[in-house]
Write a protein that binds this ligand. Structure first.
Ligand code: NAD
Length: 482
């Protein structure tokens, strides 16, 4: 199959926090893979900038180790790695001081795209932005990439937006949510808006409900101190789950461009009803095995590491269709999926067939990114009209050739979008604020009521109350399968 990789233009990318965990696990190995695929120009320059006093070679060694550990199957291409490392530089920079900034300025070239990845704590964003200007490193069309968490609540998100807006235009700011970089999330948009088949059914006449599950098997893994200040609502729902909800529920944008898509997503968030206290369940693993409180090293913690919500979108398309969202740590399996569950047939002509057949479009984000459509067919062979539900694979790796199965990590795809100047898969400032405006009252409601998370067993599907959230509506969660 002919390679579909479209090279991006030449660039200088500075990674502030280049020695940190995110840079080592995701950003640097991802860039190596893009380099190896030919998408990144051979002359592109990557500059690590962090607090540690390293020289270029020591940083290159660190990058080589990161590629060896997290580079995937491509990591063994020694020749390519050598060429990639030759493009890597390092400057010790103090975000809060003056050290290193002149040296960084000296490494920047004219006439290439300039991008700055802020892979550091958000408390440093303002310092970095101010110094990039003071040392004449920022250009009018340079780009900055900022990581989650984007604020702790609406007030802090507004303050962060205001700080960034002092130094950069909105068109220069790329707020990353790596869920949007996933292949199947983009495929969801292709399926919705590239086919005539689905859109006529994508509404409250045909859809019974929608489920979004993001289940993790990991606990807080040494990040207990940070996580305990945050919880599942802030760490997962406000960003990742709400972004997925927007892409499922939004109206067709008039064009596939950044503002058209983000305008439609914003309308969805603004149409979300406030969540009633009995339509949300929060949980903490505790019974059976180690408890969350031990992992978080806070015996009195009331932070949730599981949340299940029944959400409602008040507009013509979705009135009456519940969106059930859930996410949790230490769950039965690592599994993320969106399931669009269509309504039952009003009438069956097949005598004796009493089973409830439902069409379900399942979009798997992990593991095994892919999509399938559950359809009802006749069970093959003799024995009359017996019906059976089978999944129609819509991943189509076979039809599109072997390369089609190659799924790039979300980070590397999004970084290439930054270089291209394409903001479609990044969150706009007003979207982030609207998402906080919906989540803030939920969290303050818990605080006001003294609500405590319900216990669940590590390795389960969450607290009993989360099951009841659906059972009482005559529905049930899909199985969490790894
Ligand atoms: P980390 O603690 O591992 O690394 C922090 C980096 O910032 C280091 O390179 C350090 O040298 C640099 N740094 C700290 N203070 C500095 C200063 N004053 N001047 C210059 N550099 C300084 O953090 P991380 O896990 O890599 O996370 C980075 C950011 O990405 C954070 O905002 C985090 O919330 C976010 N994030 C991380 C992950 C992840 O998987 N690690 C996932 C999503 C978002």
């Amino acid at each position: 199959m002919v390679s579909r990789v479209i090279p991006v233009e030449n660039f200088d990318l500075v990674i502030f926090g280049g020695t940190g965990d995110l840079a080592r696990r995701k950003i640097l190995p991802g860039l190596f893979r893009r380099y190896r695929s030919g998408q990144m120009p051979a002359e592109a320059r990557i500059v690590g900038a962090a607090r540690s006093a390293l020289d270029h070679d020591a940083f290159r060694q660190m990058v080589a180790e990161a590629v060896a550990e997290f580079g995937g199957p491509e990591k063994d291409d020694a020749e390519c790695l050598k060429a990639f490392l030759a493009q890597i530089h390092y400057v010790a920079v103090d975000a809060k001081g003056e050290g290193g900034w002149q040296a960084l300025s000296g490494l920047m070239r004219e006439g290439v795209v300039r991008a700055f990845y802020f892979s550091v704590a958000p408390s440093l964003f303002g310092d970095l932005a101010e110094r990039l200007h003071r040392f004449n490193i920022a250009t009018p069309d340079c780009r900055i990439v900022v990581e989650k968490p984007f604020g702790h609540d609406l007030a802090t998100a507004r303050a962060l937006n205001a700080t960034l807006a002092t130094h950069f235009k909105e068109t220069q700011i790329y707020r990353i949510d790596h869920y949007l970089g996933k292949e199947t999330v983009q495929n969801l948009m292709a399926v919705r808006f590239g086919n005539i088949l689905f859109e006529p059914l994508w509404n409250n006449h045909y859809v019974d409900h929608i489920q979004v599950t993001v289940a993790e098997t990991v606990g807080v893994d040494g990040r207990g101190g940070y996580y305990d200040q945050s919880g599942a609502m802030r760490d997962m729902v406000q960003n990742h789950l709400m972004q997925l909800l927007c892409l499922i529920a939004m109206e067709p944008p008039s064009r596939f461009d950044a503002d058209a898509v983000r305008d439609e997503k914003l309308k969805v968030i603004r149409a979300l009803d406030p969540v009633a206290a009995d339509e949300i369940v929060r949980g903490q693993y505790g019974s059976g095995g180690k408890a969350y409180r031990d992992d978080a090293e806070n015996p009195a913690s009331t932070t949730e590491c599981f949340v299940a919500i029944k959400a409602h979108i008040s507009n013509w398309r979705w009135a009456g269709v519940p969106f059930y969202l859930r996410t949790g740590k230490k769950m039965r399996a690592r599994s993320s999926e969106i399931a669009v569950v269509f309504k039952d047939l009003g009438h069956s002509i097949f005598e004796g067939d009493t089973a409830r057949h439902r069409n379900i479009l399942a979009i798997r984000l992990q593991p095994n990114e892919g999509m399938d459509l559950q359809v009802t067919i006749k069970e093959p062979g003799p024995g009359g009209m017996r019906l059976v539900d089978v999944p129609l694979d819509m991943t189509f790796a076979e039809a599109l050739g072997p390369d089609a199965g190659e799924v790039h990590d979300a980070y590397e795809r999004l970084i290439m979008d930054v270089i291209r100047g394409n903001q479609t898969l990044f969150m706009r400032g007003d979207e982030v604020e609207a998402a906080w405006a919906w989540t803030d009252p939920i969290i303050s409601g818990w605080d006001a009521r003294g609500d405590r998370p319900r216990p669940y067993e590590a390795g389960s599907a969450g607290p009993e109350e989360a099951m009841m959230l659906m059972h009482r509506d005559g529905r049930r969660w899909r199985e969490i399968k790894g």
